[in-house]
Write a protein that binds this ligand. Structure first.
Ligand SMILES: *Cc1c(COP(=O)(O)O)cnc(C)c1O
Length: 408
């Protein structure tokens, strides 16, 4: 059976050639591709600096460390995200505090964040990690205002949103991760994300001091930079000035990332096309979708529907080779976080969202025929299983004219 995943990488002949060239070069790691990828990625987001690291989780860890996160401090994030957004806080010995989502967008609800901060003594929280969930860009300007009122830092988890943008109050488009409002933004280049490196991550910022710290932390806290050395012994001399890690991203991965980055805009365009087709079909059903396209420059990492019949629909689609996914099981309900005192029932919006959400296949190389098959399978599931979904409702309202793009 032909399998259709919810997301997958797209590797071209050009990508293969780029990696092959690097394999044949003098460098497997820490050669010219690292800086080239960083420069191009900074340009793509509009940030001044970009630091390539081994994955998105390492990016989060270093971001939190560079901001000086310490044991005893608290950081606010959303329960509807990949666990890494919350875990990075605990890597630093600090504590994650979850708040609920806005049910319309599934993004961290800024009003709930404000209430949480105001209910605690000044200095309780060190920072906030909003997530551009599913590719829907967070209004970072609003979060910056709130953060500034309380002296907090901001890390934008933009793993889902390279190429996304929101429009700020001056009517200026602000790319996700451009550093205009957040102190740092982080990205992942895992194969299900927009740009695939195998494994890979990036941190972007406009702050030169944070940039210097990140460079140091990425490679054991070691520097050979003559401007930074405390002593000078000879050309061999280096200093380990702080406790860092090996979070470097090899040249091989950067060569792939750089090659993929050239197609990033085309990838977004195709994702939007796919989303529009789904939107058109589901508009006439009682299936709810998350965050319509008009709202913002959505990067469409995921296309999410909400249905009471989620489990049965998931099983039906799986039985015909369509592998949908659930994003996400609320992080606060994970056993690790329950052991820290978090409980089911604490975030009703996040938990209600989780009961119904399903991510449909969404990636640039999804074919028209595959998308038609997915839509047909969803329709036939609802015709068969629910009296609420009468065939006539969908069929009557969708005149052949409106459907020409879908049933070619
Ligand atoms: C993928 C992802 C991460 C982690 O990235 P890795 O490269 O897998 O470590 C963090 N946050 C979000 C929202 C993600 O989707």
């Amino acid at each position: 059976m032909h399998k259709i995943p919810y997301g997958r990488q797209h590797i071209t002949q050009e990508d293969i050639q780029a990696v092959t060239r690097t394999l044949q070069s003098d460098w497997l790691t820490q050669g010219p591709m690292v800086e080239a990828f960083e420069k191009e990625f900074a340009k793509y987001t509009g940030a001044q600096f970009a630091v390539a690291v081994s994955n998105g989780t390492a990016a989060l860890h270093l971001a939190a460390l560079s901001l000086g996160l310490k044991p005893g401090q608290k950081v606010i994030t959303t329960p509807i995200t990949f666990a890494a957004s919350a875990n990075c806080v605990h890597y630093c010995g600090a504590e994650t505090v979850f708040t609920d989502i806005d049910p319309d967008t599934a993004l961290l609800d800024i009003e709930k964040v404000r209430t949480l901060i105001e209910q605690h003594p000044k200095g309780t929280f060190a920072g906030i990690i909003p997530v551009d969930f599913a590719g829907y860009p967070v209004n970072m300007e609003a979060f910056r205002e709130l953060a500034d009122e309380h002296g907090l830092w901001l890390i934008e988890d933009a793993c889902h949103a390279p190429g996304g943008a929101f429009t700020d109050s001056n009517n200026i488009k602000q790319n996700c991760g451009n550093g205009a409002y957040a102190d740092l933004a982080i990205f992942s280049f895992h194969p299900v994300k927009h740009i695939a490196c195998g494994e890979g991550g990036m941190i972007t910022t406009n702050d030169p001091d944070l940039y210097e710290k990140l460079i140091l932390l990425r490679t054991h806290g070691i520097t050979k930079n003559p401007d930074l050395l405390l002593e000078k012994h000879g050309d061999w001399y280096y200093e380990m000035q702080t406790l860092g890690y090996n979070y470097r991203l090899p040249d091989l991965n950067c060569a792939l990332g750089l090659s993929q980055l050239k197609r990033a805009d085309a990838g977004i365009a195709r994702r939007i096309e796919i989303a529009k087709v789904y939107d058109e079909v589901f508009r006439f059903s009682s299936l709810k979708t998350l965050a319509p396209l008009e709202a913002t420059d959505h990067a469409y990492h995921l296309y999410i529907i909400k249905t009471k019949h989620r489990k049965a629909l998931y099983q039906h689609l799986k039985s015909v080779g369509i592998y949908t996914q659930v994003h996400y099981i609320p992080v606060h309900t994970m056993p690790y976080y329950q052991n820290l005192g978090w409980r089911k029932g604490m975030f009703p919006e996040a938990e209600a969202y989780y009961e119904q959400c399903l991510s449909l296949p969404m990636y640039p190389s999804l074919t028209h025929a595959e998308q038609n098959f997915i839509i047909e399978q969803i329709k036939s599931f609802f015709y068969a299983t629910s009296s609420n979904y009468s065939r006539t409702r969908w069929e009557q309202k969708n005149t052949p004219k409106e459907y020409t793009g879908i049933y070619g």
